[in-house]
Write a protein that binds this ligand. Structure first.
Ligand SMILES: Cc1cc2nc3c(=O)[nH]c(=O)nc-3n(C[C@H](O)[C@H](O)[C@H](O)COP(=O)(O)O)c2cc1C
Length: 411
């Protein structure tokens, strides 16, 4: 039987998601002092929860303050005060929605301007063409670094549960550290963490197991995985199928299928492999194949803005629909769809020649809407990508300086 996007979904751990629409992770860069969530984050998540989305996945929360995807990021470590995180989880559960925390380590995808620790399986720097100097060469991780990392993921997950989050999502996509381990292009190790797919995925499996050990059964444990890196020689669709099969054996509750990384931003519909992605629901062909074989529910995210397309995702056998930008421009889209099924979000099209700049502008214009909602304002669909990018770069520069000062004081 085909499901409607408004039908509930029972996860393998027995807990129930109120519907099949999910707010995908979008990094907010809105932390207050101490890398903590504050009033604006609470306001933003209340807005989303009230808008009818069944599951809210937070923007990525860092497991280590020394390695950040960007300034203004949120960090949850063993000694972080939990009160602000409790308020965050409460805000996200208004209206019966569930909230999961996405947890992440950026690995080599740390802007050089940020400083801090740049770790990766091997010492391969990002190749961003003329923008490569935005990033520095990473240091290959030692056995100790790897054990510490596993501990950190488990500790962040355990803290999230104490703060009232209903689940965690381990970020193993988009070229961040776990995705670097999975890809043969960035993982050239010859020890037990590199080489065969089993070895490259070992760190992900060990983290899943370590997290499951410290969280109760009713806490959902999910993984965001690339369907492919969309780079020749990278992690591919066959690899993804095998990894999902293993994650099934580990009783993972949901796999979100995405794709790409900073070098090949397929998650935004662009890639370096000349492979054509659909204009809407880009990863559906991959997610559909994965869902056929997966033992857990599968979600796909990327390019979905219309109810008809969301329904098509379910009709093709995928269980959940992830929405990112659509919910940044209309946080009440699920409620809107209940009464106006034809309503859609017309995402800004940014087609500049410089793909890196286009990707940054897309992020900037989207984050601007998150900040507006955090201030109790409505999103503004007519925002200019160019001015949003300039304003964002200036804001990030300031926040980067604050982070560097804090970082160097703390070390
Ligand atoms: C501003 C912004 C921030 C994002 N931050 C994250 C993140 O923290 N973690 C993550 O897994 N994906 C992140 N993404 C990717 C989205 O989750 C999603 O995969 C992508 O935007 C494609 O979905 P969409 O077309 O529905 O936006 C981000 C995307 C945007 C636009």
């Amino acid at each position: 039987m085909n499901h409607s996007v408004f039908d509930a979904l029972t996860l393998p751990n027995g807990t129930v998601l109120p519907n099949r629409l999910t707010k995908a992770a979008m990094e907010e860069n809105m932390a207050i002092t101490g890398h903590l969530p504050g009033e604006r984050i609470f306001q933003l998540y209340k807005t989303w929860a009230k808008g009818g989305t069944g599951l809210l996945i937070t923007g990525n929360v860092m497991v280590d303050h020394r390695a950040m995807t960007g300034p203004g990021g949120i960090v949850l470590e063993a000694n972080t005060p939990l009160e602000p995180f409790k308020k965050w989880s409460e805000a996200g559960q208004e209206n019966g929605a569930k909230i999961w925390m996405q947890i992440n380590h950026p690995g080599r995808q740390v802007y050089a301007a940020m400083g801090g620790q740049v770790l990766s399986p091997s010492d391969i720097a990002l190749d961003m063409g003329k923008h490569s100097n935005l990033f520095s060469k990473p240091t290959p991780m030692s056995e100790n670094d790897i054990s510490e990392l596993i501990q950190r993921f488990a500790s962040t997950a355990s803290q999230a549960v104490k703060a009232g989050f209903n689940g965690v999502q381990i970020h193993a996509a988009h070229g961040y550290l776990l995705s670097q381990f999975l890809s043969p292009l960035t993982n050239r190790r010859t020890d037990q963490w590199g080489g065969s797919l089993g070895n490259r995925a070992r760190l992900l499996y060990d983290i899943v197991k370590a997290v499951q050990k410290v969280v109760p059964k009713e806490t959902a444990v999910s993984v965001k995985l690339n369907s492919a890196d969309f780079q020749r020689g990278g992690f591919d669709a066959g690899d993804a199928l095998k990894v999902v099969e293993e994650l099934g054996k580990l009783d993972v509750d949901l796999v979100e299928v995405s794709g790409g990384n900073y070098e090949s931003p397929a998650m935004q519909g662009n890639n370096a492999d000349d492979r054509t992605l659909a204009r809407e629901a880009y990863f559906l062909p991959f997610a559909k194949d994965i869902a056929k074989q997966a033992s857990m529910p599968v979600m796909t995210t990327g390019g979905i803005t219309r109810l008809k397309v969301a329904q098509e995702v379910l009709d093709q056998g995928v269980d959940m629909v992830g929405l990112g930008r659509a919910l940044a421009f209309n946080p009440s889209l699920p409620n809107t769809w209940r009464t106006s099924p034809e309503n859609l979000v017309d995402l800004p099209a940014i087609k500049w020649k410089d793909k890196t700049m286009s990707a940054l502008a897309m992020m900037a214009i989207t984050k601007r809407q998150l900040r507006r909602m955090g201030q109790g304002k409505r999103p503004k669909i007519s925002s200019s990508p160019f001015f949003s990018l300039i304003a964002d770069q200036m804001r990030l520069k300031k926040l980067t300086k604050v982070y560097r000062n804090q970082y160097h004081q703390a070390e």
